[in-house]
Design a protein around this ligand. Structure first.
Ligand SMILES: Cc1cc2nc3c(=O)[nH]c(=O)nc-3n(C[C@H](O)[C@H](O)[C@H](O)COP(=O)(O)OP(=O)(O)OC[C@H]3O[C@@H](n4cnc5c(N)ncnc54)[C@H](O)[C@@H]3O)c2cc1C
Length: 388
């Protein structure tokens, strides 16, 4: 019987010292004041080029990040694989908008697709579409505003980069997740994802678009793209998340004088998420499902759906996923029970991944329930080991 509170399985890969580090980190993260002080200090340190890697590397970085370079992550992918958890290596350097930054993000993604094809412990490749161009172009294209000549060139280059990434993934048989980002960029991203699925998902899903189910329009979107995929004779790859930018989106909608794209309540988001997952599982002959969440109920809901629909636990059209360093109780217990599970593992040099780390810390602080759940499980496991 699947049980997310089995901490012996959840922390089987963690040494005692890893567990104590996790305890100290999540206790610190629980304090909003401490996280805000940390954020301020980090911003100052970055601005004046103060080396702070020595403080971050053995703590936050060690817990949440796989390494500085792609190859550094092999050790982590091997350790996870011992518990039947697979990896998704996510280049998480904070993106700049210069040509060098874009080229670097593109090359890094190509490398990560090639790496995924050679490491059987890596289940998917992934990238952030905004890293592939300047954001203002995506924003104007999404708003269907007329682009200047220079913007049109940049937009075409963006589409070519995405095409090349999908083509590489298709050639090497690597499934490719395209992350979702801010609402104002998403229309253009959706459009290019749909075009890529028509081209590359003819035999199975290679390209996956991400649906943020805190958006109240996503079920209608899912139904539309499903119908188009049936008519067009190709497969859909859908990654579900709730969405990471709720407060920003609500504020933007107020400032911009347009209706908020976000569900009014958490309950509505949860319902939307569950409905989306149900829809894809009920259409598994045409849609592959990637479920990215730390919510225990949502994971259990997907488990139940697989049982109800007589779908094997390890059917390769269904993947569960959590972020590295979070919700190991879900990932390890699912993997132990025979489900397909992958951890999203960020990698990047220390100074370039700091904004990611601060976001993780802030996210855990704002989700008080989640942090206390993590801490509860860690304490439970420490007590269990002491007793034994
Ligand atoms: C593997 C993985 C990949 C991810 N990739 C992406 C990505 O590509 N793009 C992206 O945006 N995010 C991504 N995320 C983050 C994700 O969107 C969520 O922010 C995060 O996982 C928390 O949601 P949850 O389902 O895990 O947990 P829960 O605690 O159940 O849900 C918290 C979420 O619910 C929503 N919510 C909270 N309060 C309300 C409210 N009052 N009204 C309406 N909705 C509310 C918000 O989305 C909030 O983040 C990813 C997460 C994972 C695990």
């Amino acid at each position: 019987m699947l049980n997310f509170s089995n901490t012996e399985i959840a922390f089987s890969a963690k040494s005692d010292s890893d567990l104590y580090l996790a305890k100290v980190l999540f206790s610190a993260i629980a304090s909003n004041t401490l996280v805000q002080v940390l954020k301020g200090a980090t911003n100052v340190a970055l601005a004046i080029h103060l080396p702070i890697g020595w403080a971050v590397k053995p703590t936050l970085y060690k817990h949440f990040v796989g390494g500085e370079q792609l190859m550094d992550c092999t050790k982590t992918t091997d350790i996870l694989a011992q518990s039947k958890v697979r990896s998704i290596l996510d280049y998480s350097a904070e993106a700049g908008e210069g040509q060098d930054d874009i080229t670097n993000a593109y090359n890094e993604t190509i490398n990560s697709i090639e790496y995924a094809s050679t490491n059987s412990h890596v289940s998917f490749a992934v990238f952030k579409p905004t890293a592939m161009t300047v954001e203002s172009v995506l924003q104007k294209a999404s708003a269907k505003m007329e682009l200047t000549e220079d913007e049109q060139v940049k937009y075409d280059e963006f589409k070519t980069r995405i095409y090349n990434l999908c083509k590489k993934a298709h050639e090497l048989g690597v499934k490719l997740l395209i992350d979702a980002e801010d609402f104002c960029f998403q229309d253009a991203i959706d459009k290019v994802c749909e075009e890529m699925m028509v081209i590359f998902n003819t035999e199975r899903a290679i390209v996956f678009n991400t649906l943020q189910m805190y958006r109240h329009d996503r079920m209608a979107y899912l139904e539309r793209v499903y119908k188009e995929s049936v008519d067009g004779g190709y497969f859909l790859g859908i990654k579900f998340v709730r969405g990471a930018y709720m407060e920003k989106e609500r504020q933007r909608a107020i400032d911009g004088g347009y209706p908020s794209p976000i569900c009014d309540t958490k309950e509505l988001t949860d319902e939307n998420f569950d409905n989306g997952i149900r829809f894809t599982i009920e259409h598994i002959d045409k849609i592959e499902t990637f479920c990215g969440t730390h919510n225990e109920n949502s994971n259990m809901h997907l488990v139940d759906l697989l049982t109800e629909n007589n779908i094997a636990k390890d059917d390769n059209r269904v993947e569960f996923s959590q972020l590295y360093g979070m919700s190991d109780n879900i990932s390890y217990n699912l993997a132990d029970a025979g489900y397909n599970v992958s951890k999203y593992i960020p990698y990047a040099p220390v100074d370039r991944v700091l904004p990611y780390l601060i976001r993780r810390a802030e996210e855990n602080t704002s989700m008080a329930g989640q942090t206390s759940r993590e801490l509860g499980y860690i304490n439970q496991e420490i007590a269990r080991r002491k007793k034994n």
